[in-house]
Design a binder for this molecule. Structure first.
Ligand code: MRU
Length: 356
């Protein structure tokens, strides 16, 4: 693994070179105190980077995994007897085991598998075709995020105060983010905003990553502990909550970072509109009920000894679900690249995807 410290923030995900190149990622576990890139030159390194949240956020892990499939062809024939297409299929299956909740991972890998299936013998040029598909997945996400920003910005007035949770920004996607794309687009349009960023325990994606992205853009930002959001809504004027998503079902139930559900309940109680911004690649229309979304359980150490700093007795029992499910009834609108779905229910979602 090659590490280098850089002063100006590079793109969170970059493919360097042609089909024999490599994947360069910002190691998000080190932000905001260090902006360091890691160069992934084999599938195992990409799997580890996804698992350990060096690259994280639903669209970003799909993009990284797609590039990971390209890397599998570097070794094909050299270290295993597999044909290139068999090596790519094996890599796709392996990368799919990295994290279970964000459906974008499986969506991106299915796009790669479709291409592999069209080249069963691994004909010449497969590596170039897989790289072109990974690049297309990357670019599609960039365009979808920009469109989400434009659609969501129409909902936000000049001078608005917004609460967001976790990180659904440029680090989590190809470029502008989903929830943060709405805020960045508002800023591009000249609107003034004030954002409360939930710190997002256990791993502080809000305090570390969202606050970093927003302050870099000069957007007034206040970090709060997750447990303070109710108090903020009770005592200050909040116009909207906007969050991202890891998987949205056919009826509009939303899996997102743990703590999102509590935020949605509090928003409902205070009459604050709760919006979810996500590309179509985050919808899993094969599932209806959010209870069927697989919820990732993570290492107890993240709760009691985050980043190696122990805060609870080592022998205590720990529960560490990485995501929760917000029922559709609490979601005021789903902001996609195609428009805004509101009200949120099975019929409106089906109509949204039928029309476009
Ligand atoms: O565990 P993480 O950091 O990958 O969780 C990320 C989130 O929950 C994001 O809100 C979601 O993936 C949307 S990213 C545009």
């Amino acid at each position: 693994m090659t590490n280098s410290t850089i002063s100006a923030a590079p793109a969170a995900i970059q493919w360097i070179g042609e089909s024999d190149g490599f994947l360069r990622l910002i190691d998000q576990t080190l932000l905001p105190t260090q902006c360091v890139t890691i160069d992934c030159r084999n599938v195992e390194m990409v799997w580890e980077a996804i698992k350990m949240l060096r690259v994280r956020g639903a669209p970003a892990i799909g993009i990284a995994a797609a590039y990971g499939v390209v890397l599998s062809l570097h070794d094909a024939g050299r270290h295993h007897s597999d044909s290139p297409s068999a090596a790519a299929r094996t890599a796709a299956d392996y990368l799919a085991t990295s994290r279970p909740t964000a459906v974008n991972l499986f969506w991106a890998l299915d796009r790669m598998r479709y291409l592999i299936a069209a080249h069963p013998q691994g004909q010449a040029g497969l590596a170039e075709k897989l790289l072109a598909e990974a690049r297309a997945i990357h670019e599609d996400d960039r365009l979808m995020c920009r469109a989400i920003g434009r659609n969501g910005a129409e909902l936000i007035r000049d001078g608005a105060t917004i609460i967001t949770h976790c990180n659904a920004g440029g680090l989590a996607t190809a470029e502008y983010g989903t929830a943060l794309s709405v805020l960045f687009t508002c800023q591009d349009q000249g609107k003034q905003l004030h954002v409360y960023a939930d710190e997002t325990r256990p791993l502080w994606q809000g305090a570390r990553l969202t606050a970093w992205e927003l302050t870099q853009r000069g957007i007034p930002t206040t970090v709060i502990c997750d447990s303070m959001a109710a108090h903020v809504m009770q005592t200050r004027s909040v116009d909207a909550v906007i969050v991202g998503a890891d998987r949205i079902t056919a009826r509009g139930d939303v899996a997102n970072k743990i703590g999102t559900y509590a935020l949605a309940v509090v928003a409902k109680h205070h009459g604050v509109p709760f919006y979810v911004a996500a590309p179509s690649s985050t919808f899993d229309l094969s599932l209806v009920d959010g209870a069927d979304i697989p919820i990732e359980q993570r290492d107890p150490a993240e709760v009691i000894a985050p980043y190696g700093h122990r805060i609870a007795p080592s022998e205590v029992d720990v529960y560490n679900p990485a995501f929760d499910v917000t029922p559709a009834e609490l979601v005021c609108g789903l902001i996609t690249e195609r428009g805004v779905i509101s009200p949120v229910n099975r019929e409106s979602i089906a109509e949204h995807f039928k029309q476009s």
